[in-house]
Design a protein. Sequence first.
Length: 190
Amino acid sequence: MLNLQIIIGSVRQGRGGLSVAEWFEDIARKDTRFTVERVDLAELNLPIMDEPNHPRLQRYTHDHTKRFSEIITRGDAYVFVTTEYNYAIPGALKNALDYLGPEWAGKPMCAVAYGGVSGAARAVEDLRRVAVALKMIPLVQGVVCPLYAQQRDDEGRFHGNQTQTEAAAETLNILAEMGAVLKARRLAAA
Ligand SMILES: Cc1cc2nc3c(=O)[nH]c(=O)nc-3n(C[C@H](O)[C@H](O)[C@H](O)COP(=O)(O)O)c2cc1C
């Protein structure tokens, strides 16, 4: 069984990211290939990166970093639910990525992106670039939700359309496949 972590990258009050994450999470939880863990950066409330040592050394001095390291270490595949702030990923997400090093490495990642007309396409490219630096394995599959606010109901729930639902299934398929291959690789190297 693979531990799929759904990382919610926006933290502001009234964020729409939670609604998109909940939609994807509902689909993922029905998939028996995964245990699903939500990693909500708003709940973790990490300060601006404040570790004195480079994360590659994993010599963490703060409890919040040690806790975050434990969480990300147990992930086998990552789905980042991200929007776009000024053509890039939200600062809170970049901050969280910067906190750790080897914890992210050698694991597959996809994005579920939501935003305005562009569907956060530039943020996804930004995220992939950072993921490469952290030695994650970025995959092209993912979900794009342009003008996503129009797909929210009166209670704020997000309803994915058919294309997005199919893309979610495709995303889970590749994460199951690559997640298993890369987990075996990590276990063999351990
Ligand atoms: C600071 C800020 C910058 C934004 N920049 C972009 C942008 O570059 N491209 C885009 O498509 N939407 C942009 N938006 C609109 C967001 O797509 C929209 O507000 C979305 O709800 C943000 O996600 P969140 O609600 O989870 O924070 C921006 C929103 C904020 C608050």
